[in-house]
Each structure stands twice: as C-alpha cells, then as structure tokens.
Design a protein around this ligand. Structure first.
Ligand code: ZN
Length: 195
C-alpha cells in the first residue's frame, strides 16, 4: 500500500488527478487550504464521491507553531467548515503546513496529523520526470508520498505515477484506509508512514 498525498490545493489541475485516480480505481488524500476550496467546489465534491480522503492544510498555510491555540483552532475549523459547506463532510486528517508541530498544535488541532516519508520536492523542481524518479526510486510499502496538486508538472507526474505504481503491485489508498489496517490513528498524534 502507498498513500499519495497532495497539498496546497485544490487548484486548476486537481480534477485531472482525480480523473486519473478514478480510472485506476486508486485513492489519494488531498490536504486543502480553506481559502482555496470555494474556488473549486466540483473538485472537492468529486474527491469525496470517488472515495478519496479530504484533508485539512490550514486556512491560509499558516505555520501553526507560530500562532496561539485559539488561532490554530480557527485555522482548522474555518477550513473544515468551508469543506463541509461544499460536500457535506469535513476533513478527517490534517497536515500542518511545513510539518511544523509543537505541544500547542498537538492539543489544539483535534485531528490526526499526517506527515510524510517520501518528499518529492515537486514544488521546488517543477519537473515531472524528477518527481516520478524520486517516487519510483524510494517508494516502499506503507509510505506516505508528498506532492502538490497546484502545479502542472506535479499533475503530469501523478498521471504517470498512478498507473505505474499500480502496475508495480501497489494499492493506492487514502491515509485513513492505510491507518485502519495498520494500528489506527488518534487526534493530536502525528504519523509519517504506516508499516
Ligand atoms: Zn503546504
């Protein structure tokens, strides 16, 4: 099993990634910014309908370790409310921007926090082939792969990775699907992979 995760969207390329996931009966998790979801309501609805996981990535990409408990709760809740207003369900998992976590964050978010252990650096290279090569050279069972659905080159990479990982025998699942089979998750705790 591998969990592909896409941060910072939804954006103009999100629906292409969703179409490709659907074509291969694959699932992924989308860690969305609360400020973006209203611009792409159809993508958010499609995520849920197709069995993907709705993730919360704060409202406007705040580093949660730099704000107080009340502000953290607002970032999380405003995002969940926007997602729920569109598709009827809030996010089920949270990825803190930059992976930044401290004790205040742990006690304020009220959701499991999902990190990653394969970092494609797709936002930096903006090169589909490099993203593909990074994933295929590193990926193992139980990994959580970090990508971003905002960029054209990341969407192109995902469109190759989804069939290729499937062909190599990996089941592409959501974070919660993987967690359920491998020890579960709890609010305020963080996870970088599931072995
Ligand atoms: Zn981010």
């Amino acid at each position: 099993m591998v969990a592909l995760t896409f941060d910072d969207g939804p954006g103009p390329r999100t629906s292409e990634i969703l179409d490709q996931l659907k074509k291969y009966n694959a699932h992924a998790t989308f860690f969305m910014l609360g400020k973006n979801v209203k611009s792409y309501p159809d993508a958010v609805k499609q995520m849920l309908k197709d069995g993907n996981e709705l993730g919360n990535h704060s409202y406007d990409h705040q580093q949660l370790t730099k704000i107080d408990a009340e502000a953290i709760a607002k970032e999380v809740n405003d995002t969940n409310e926007n997602i729920k207003n569109i598709c009827g369900s809030p996010a089920t998992v949270l990825r803190p921007p930059y992976g930044a976590i401290n004790d205040t964050v742990k006690s304020s978010v009220g959701m499991p926090m999902i990190l990653w252990n394969v970092d494609t650096l797709d936002w930096k290279t903006r090169n589909a082939q490099k993203t593909i090569d990074t994933v295929l050279s590193q990926v193992k069972d139980g990994d959580i792969v970090l990508m971003h659905d905002l960029y054209e080159q990341s969407a192109i990479a995902a469109e190759t990775l989804i069939p290729e990982l499937t062909k190599r025998g990996y089941q592409l699942v959501t974070v919660s699907e993987m967690a359920e089979l491998r020890g579960g998750m709890a609010a305020g705790h963080s996870y970088g992979h599931f072995r």
